[in-house]
Design a protein around this ligand. Structure first.
Ligand SMILES: *Cc1c(COP(=O)(O)O)cnc(C)c1O
Length: 289
C-alpha cells in the first residue's frame, strides 16, 4: 500500500495524573487516531488486508454497509480514492438531503451511495440480498458493516507489536468487536484485553468476538472481556455526565475524546480504576482509535 502517508507506528504517550499515581496505575494512550486524517480510528488497520485480498483476486469494486454517520463507510470511500477502487456504500435507512458531512465526504471521494430500508438492512448478510446488489452493481468485493471480518483481525493485531512499553491490560471501545478480537489474539498469556461496549444490550458481542477469532485463526482465546455497563444509553447517545467527563479530560490532557466511542471507554476505564479493579502496579494501554 503506497501513496499514503500513514503515521505508523502510531504514537504512544503516557498520561500523568494524581488519581492514577494514587492507585499505582500507569496509563498510556495508543494514538491510532493520528494514523491518518481520512481513516478515522482503527478503520485503516481493519481495511489493510481486505484491500490486499481484493486486489489479489482482481476486484476493482468494493461494496460495504453502514449507518449514515459510519466512520467505516468514510474509510472505505477514502481507500477507494487513494487506491483506485470503485466504491459503493449501502446506507441504512432513507436518503436525507443535503447529505451529512460523513456521506458528503464519501461522495466527494467518488463513492456511489444507495439506501436500504431498515427491514432489508437487518438481512443484509443474506445471500439473496447480496445477489440482488450484485445484479444492480456488478461484481464486487464485500466488506461487512464496520469492516469487521476475518481479514480485519491481523491488521488490528499488528498494533500490539508497536507498543514499546511492557503492559498488563489494553483497553478499546467496542462497536462490532473486531478490534478487540484482533488485539486480544496478539497478547501474551499474562496480558488481558478489555473492551467497552458503546451499544446498549451488547451481550452478543462476546459471541461476535469469539466467532471472528475462530474465522481468522481457527481458534478463539480467552484473554479478553467486555464491559457492558458504560454505553450511556446506547450507540451515539450521551448524557451530561459523559459531556462533563470529555471536557474535564480535555482540560487535563489536551485531548478531546470522540464521544461515540473513546469517551465511553475512557470513562469506564477511569471508573474501574477508581473502584480498585486493577491492582497497584498495573500498566494499562488505552487505544484511542
Ligand atoms: C469503528 C470504531 C470503533 C469500534 O471498533 P469495532 O472493531 O467495530 O469494535 C472504535 N472507535 C472508533 C473511533 C471507531 O471508529
Amino acid at each position: 500500500m503506497t501513496g499514503l502517508n500513514l503515521r505508523l507506528p502510531s504514537p504512544l504517550t503516557e498520561v500523568r495524573d494524581g488519581r492514577l499515581d494514587a492507585k499505582g496505575i500507569r496509563l498510556y494512550l495508543k494514538r491510532d487516531d493520528l494514523i491518518h486524517p481520512e481513516f478515522p480510528g482503527n478503520k485503516w488497520r481493519k481495511l489493510k488486508y481486505n484491500l490486499n485480498a481484493a486486489t489479489k483476486v482482481g476486484h476493482s469494486r468494493l461494496l460495504t454497509f453502514g449507518g449514515a454517520y459510519s466512520n467505516h463507510v468514510r474509510a472505505v470511500a477514502a481507500a477507494g480514492k487513494h487506491f483506485g477502487f470503485e466504491t459503493i456504500g449501502v446506507i441504512r435507512g432513507e436518503e436525507h438531503s443535503p447529505l451529512n458531512p460523513s456521506l458528503g465526504y464519501a461522495v466527494d471521494c467518488g463513492m456511489a451511495l444507495t439506501y436500504m430500508d431498515r427491514e432489508t438492512y437487518r438481512h443484509k448478510d443474506d445471500s439473496d440480498v447480496i445477489e440482488r446488489l450484485g445484479t444492480e452493481f456488478g461484481r464486487f468485493y464485500l466488506i461487512p458493516e464496520g469492516g469487521s471480518n476475518a481479514l480485519a483481525l491481523p491488521g488490528c493485531a499488528e498494533l500490539i507489536e508497536e507498543i514499546t512499553v511492557d503492559f498488563d491490560v489494553i483497553c478499546c471501545a467496542c462497536g462490532t468487536g473486531g478490534t478487540l478480537a484482533g488485539i486480544a489474539s496478539a497478547l501474551r498469556r499474562d496480558q488481558h484485553a478489555k473492551g467497552f461496549a458503546v451499544l446498549k444490550g451488547a451481550g452478543f458481542l462476546v459471541d461476535n468476538v469469539r466467532e471472528l477469532q475462530e474465522q481468522a485463526f481457527g481458534h478463539s482465546d480467552d484473554g479478553w472481556s467486555i464491559e457492558l455497563g458504560y454505553h450511556f444509553g446506547g450507540y451515539a447517545k450521551a448524557d451530561q455526565v459523559l459531556r462533563l467527563f470529555i471536557a474535564d479530560f480535555e482540560s487535563r490532557f489536551g485531548l478531546k475524546l470522540d464521544w461515540i466511542y473513546e469517551a465511553k471507554m475512557m470513562y469506564g476505564l477511569m471508573d474501574l480504576i477508581d473502584h480498585d479493579r486493577f491492582k497497584a502496579g498495573t500498566s494499562i494501554v488505552a487505544l484511542i482509535s
